[in-house]
Ligand binder design. Structure first.
Ligand code: LMR
Length: 328
């Protein structure tokens, strides 16, 4: 009986997820790993779904699955090709299996602000980079910014040598591994959904992420403060399967793509504000946010700078220069 009850519960959950889709509407499933709201990506996904569901009502219906409830970022790339989902937005750090060019975005202290990121991603060089995953069957629909990353650990971090001997969780990015090793620490690649538990149980000592992820995943609760290093960008590629996109009829595709472009612009314009709010939320919750003196910051920059050289051949010198030029 218990088995039957849980099977019923599962089928009800599955049905509820599609409750708002009418017969004949094409279902567009968007799977992501972050909080459903109060987060740049969670909110952008909701905004996209609201626009599609209102403006394409009767033709298309979008359902969003947040918080790794459907897939983690590795699995979602396969699910796109299998047609199990139609949209995902993994971080650019997670595309190592498809291209080494996106290592650009992980270079420490590359972008001085989120405005510089937008300048680069909307430039010809940035737009061209969207196409590098096409040979793998994917179409990049746009870059969604999420913020600059901050460090935290189970002890205060003010200069890189404070991290000596500690183990940090990183995304599946070799640039991140090199950066952590340059600090004299060690890196462990872990899926996003495993980070809180790994920090809590001491599998890792520290992590690096945006204010929005640190706040919405509650990482700050199991760390000794967060240090405002702004050392690396977190940004996503909104990605779909080329086969799926090409299979849409032209009118539908044009309408969908113009909604995507407008939402991308609107969402990116709100990132800085959401990041500042989540930084403040951590402070309001009574947890420490440490700021760096210019001298301390200079130490982080100089320890991490050699990482650039290591990946220059993969990325291309011209591309690095184009990104640096976006800082103005
Ligand atoms: C991470 O794994 O830390 C991030 O890529 C999660 C996310 O999607 O913001």
């Amino acid at each position: 009986l218990l088995g039957a009850v849980s099977a019923l519960a599962i089928s009800l959950t599955a049905t509820q997820a599609f409750a708002q889709c009418d017969d004949g509407e094409m279902v567009i499933k968007f799977s992501h790993v972050v909080a459903a709201s109060g987060h740049p990506k969670g909110d952008a996904a909701t905004m996209l779904a609201e626009r599609v569901n209102e403006e394409m009502n009767g033709k298309a219906c979008m359902e969003v699955f947040p918080n790794s409830t459907l897939y983690d970022d590795d699995k979602v790339m396969e699910a796109l090709l299998l047609g199990d989902v139609q949209l995902a937005a993994p971080s650019l750090s997670k595309f190592e299996a498809y291209t080494k060019k996106y290592r650009l975005f992980d270079l420490p202290f590359l972008f001085s602000s989120l405005d510089a990121v937008t300048t680069f991603t909307t430039s010809d060089a940035g737009k061209e980079l969207l196409k590098v995953i096409e040979p793998n069957g994917y179409t990049g629909l746009g870059y969604w910014s999420s913020g600059l990353k901050q460090f935290s650990a189970n002890k205060p971090l003010l200069v890189p040598s404070d991290a000596d001997g500690l183990k940090f969780r990183v995304q599946t990015s070799d640039v991140a591994v090199a950066m952590i090793e340059a600090m004299g620490a060690s890196a462990q690649k872990l899926a996003f959904k495993e980070v809180y538990g790994a920090l809590q149980t001491g599998v890792v000592d520290g992590q690096e992420n945006t204010w929005s992820n640190i706040y919405t995943q509650k990482f700050f609760e199991v760390q000794d403060g967060t240090t405002e290093t702004n050392h690396q960008l977190l940004a996503y590629l909104l990605v779909t399967s080329t086969e799926w996109l090409n299979g849409l009829d032209a009118d539908m595709r044009d309408q969908f793509l113009s909604i995507v472009d407008e939402v991308t612009m609107a969402a990116n314009a709100q990132v800085a504000e959401k990041e500042a709010a989540n930084r403040q939320n951590i402070i309001d919750a009574g947890f420490e946010v440490r700021t760096l003196t210019p001298e301390q910051r200079a130490e982080w920059v100089s320890v991490m700078k050699p990482v650039w050289e290591k990946f220059e051949a993969d990325i291309g010198k011209d591309l690095i220069e184009a990104a640096v030029a976006s800082n103005g």
